[in-house]
Ligand binder design. Structure first.
Ligand code: CA
Length: 660
């Protein structure tokens, strides 16, 4: 059955159209397809050809079932190969049209370790072509073929249905997120890791900087830092030469259901599946959750979607040119039924097969709201505490038919979160350039308070704002501080960073840290290192030793946050009821209290935070009447025996935390 714009004629046909436009396959009565391959299949036409059937290759030792959606093809074959490359054992099997544009074939025997592609024949007038399955779960050789893999054999030791998940969250605000690229964590000589740049490097316990026993690195560092979840830059198979293996961030996905091969020990077999699972298992065993960074808003140029169904999976303008809301050339058409199904199927696969604990959506605005709502609802059926959040913006306009998933639409989701770019800019200025923010110059007190309360107008719940200073995009924190305040010593920059992290950790919402920034990671000013060399991107662990004080401060702030529910309120009403602004010395200072009484798990009756953003002046703050203890003087987190009351002097660019 095929796509049609003209439903007048219900004649059955299996022939090719003479003008090369393409004809429907023959199972169901259909008509001539009048949509040229280069133009967009209209949504109302696409809605007539929808299937709920699982798609892809389904392996058992007795037979493998192959199923693909290709409503514009005249004929489809599944082509098997013995090897990842070359023609050895090539065997083409004609698939059966089972209706709704779906083709199916069952091949007897144990096909484990063989490779497959689809061959589309007469596909809307296109030349016949062999391409990888968009549903391939074990792509090989730079996304050229899919491997038929028995996934049961890919589970690491100790991988149990019940044990493959990360920490169970009572509320999203209990999370502390930490962003890393697979390669950055281990690539440097200073990491002490053996399997540098690979998934398996993350599974090595007990690593430290060579010659520095106290400076733990890689996995041990993450555990020591105390974050709850690691957000990994894209590990879905992306378009890049796996044989060369050059550095790439990975925001060019070609096979969304397969791991990337560059981080695996072999690019032609099932290593990528086994080794990514081993990475996830290693994190889970240490109590850490894993968030996948997913890029469903566009695809790699050479992804095989358009070869499956011409004119279907990408948003096109009327002249056939591709919509470009992502800035990289081809917006994925999430709103069309089988693209929506693809996204939801893919997300569920990663949760069910790999046990991931959440997703970060790249340019989430470009994925239509209905798809995000469906994805959220389906994912929460699997696990209630999955974290789902993304960038609530696009890089440009898009030919989206439907609604964007932007800040304004979050109240129509159960709890999808979004990066709070306003807060990011308030804390330390815009991502690049020399403009300053609060921690450099005390700017924008009112906007800072909105961030501290975690209740910007667009976030229905504090758990829907992701609070951050930096991420992989743009300058890392150290470089930004240097660029925006040039005539200041390293100690001055450390002090600014400390104030920034203190603000982040006492703010309502979900804190997010870019890996390595907690000890002054530098990319030497490179603000877009997506394909820069390892020398730019790798984490230099000697900086952890150099900026030991900063690192210890951040680690201890994280522990303090995790110990005190006052910083992790769950509803707007709770924030409004417990958070109170206090008198403060002047325009670039903030003082507030949060009541802890009656809060489950809270040992403090009240916390009082004083923040002085002044570049020059020590501020005199007033504690509320009574005796207080100090949890942090802004330089370190340390409880002291003495009591405090009345006036407190807070030095410039410093925050203090008191409690009673
Ligand atoms: Ca790849």
């Amino acid at each position: 059955m095929g796509l049609t714009v003209d439903v007048v004629n219900a004649a059955c046909t299996g022939a090719r159209d003479a003008d090369g436009i393409g004809i429907m396959a023959s199972k169901t009565p259909s008509v001539k397809d009048k949509v040229p391959a280069r133009l967009e299949v209209p949504l109302e036409v696409a809605e007539q050809f929808v299937s709920d059937l699982p798609l892809g290759a389904f392996y058992t030792a007795r037979e493998t079932l192959f199923r693909v959606f290709a409503p514009r093809a005249t004929l489809v074959e599944v082509v098997l190969y013995e090897e990842a490359r070359g023609d050895v054992g090539r065997l083409a099997t004609v698939m059966e049209d089972v209706g709704s544009g779906v083709w199916e074939a069952r091949i007897k025997g144990d096909l484990e370790g063989k490779f497959y592609v689809w061959r589309f024949i007469g596909n809307a007038g296109r030349p016949d072509v062999e391409v990888i399955d968009i549903y391939a779960t074990n792509a090989v050789d730079s996304s050229r073929r899919g491997r038929i893999t028995d996934f049961k054999k890919t589970n690491p030791a100790g991988w149990r249905e019940s044990g493959k998940v990360g920490p169970v969250l009572k509320a999203p605000t209990d999370a502390v997120l930490y962003e890393l690229h697979v390669r950055d964590l281990t690539m440097s000589e200073t990491s002490g890791v053996k399997q540098k740049g690979k998934y398996l490097g993350w599974t090595e316990p007990g690593t430290n900087m060579p010659g520095e026993d106290a400076v733990s690195t890689a996995l041990d560092h993450i555990v020591e830092l105390g974050v709850t979840h690691v957000q990994i830059l894209p590990v879905q198979d992306y378009e890049w030469d796996e044989k060369k293996g050059d550095y790439f961030w990975g925001y060019m996905t070609s096979c969304f259901n397969s791991p990337e091969g560059i981080y695996a020990s072999d690019i032609y077999d099932e290593s990528r599946v086994k080794e990514l699972k081993a990475l996830i298992a290693a994190l889970h065993e240490r109590g850490l959750g894993v968030i996948l960074d997913v890029v469903y808003n566009h695809t790699a140029d050479h992804a095989s979607f358009d070869a499956h169904v011409p004119g279907y999976y990408y948003r096109l303008h009327g002249d056939g040119s591709k919509s470009n809301g992502s800035g990289v050339g081809n917006d994925f058409r999430s709103e069309i039924p089988m693209a929506r199904k693809f996204i939801v199927d893919s997300l569920k696969f990663w949760v069910e097969e790999y046990g991931v604990d959440g997703f970060r959506f790249d340019l989430m605005s470009l994925v239509d709201l209905e798809t995000m709502q469906m994805a959220e609802s389906e994912l929460l059926k699997i696990r209630r505490d999955l974290l789902i959040y993304g960038e609530p913006w696009s890089a440009g306009d898009s030919a989206l038919h439907g609604r964007w998933t932007d800040k304004g639409s979050l109240e129509e989701t159960e709890g999808i979160g979004a990066f709070n770019d306003d807060f990011r800019n308030v804390i330390k200025g815009p991502p690049d350039g020399d403009e300053v923010g609060f921690i450099q110059a005390g700017y924008s007190r009112d906007a800072l308070i909105e961030g501290l309360k975690g209740t910007p107008a667009w976030a229905p719940k504090p758990g829907q704002t992701i609070n951050y200073m930096t991420c992989h995009d743009n300058m890392v924190l150290w470089d930004k501080l240097k660029a925006s305040s040039r005539n200041i010593s390293d100690e001055g920059h450390v002090q600014m960073a400390k104030l920034g992290y203190l603000i982040l950790m006492v703010s309502q919402g979900i804190p997010f840290l870019h890996g390595g920034d907690e000890f002054g990671r530098t990319k030497h000013g490179d603000h877009n290192s997506y394909r820069s060399p390892d020398s730019t991107n790798q984490i230099d662990w000697s900086l952890k030793k150099k900026n030991w004080g900063l690192y210890n401060f951040v680690r201890d702030l994280i522990a303090l946050r995790k110990a005190h529910p006052v910083f992790r309120l769950r509803t707007k009403a709770e924030v409004e009821g417990r958070f109170a602004l206090r008198p403060h010395p002047w325009y670039d200072t903030v003082c507030f209290t949060i009541d802890g009484e009656g809060l489950e798990g809270e040992t403090w009756n009240q916390v009082c935070v004083m923040i002085n953003g002044s570049q020059h002046m020590t501020g005199t703050f007033q504690l509320p009447v009574g005796k207080w203890k100090r949890a942090s003087d802004g330089m370190r987190v340390a409880s002291q025996g003495r009591s405090w009351e009345g006036a407190v002097q807070v030095p410039k660019r410093t925050g203090m935390i008191f409690w009673r």
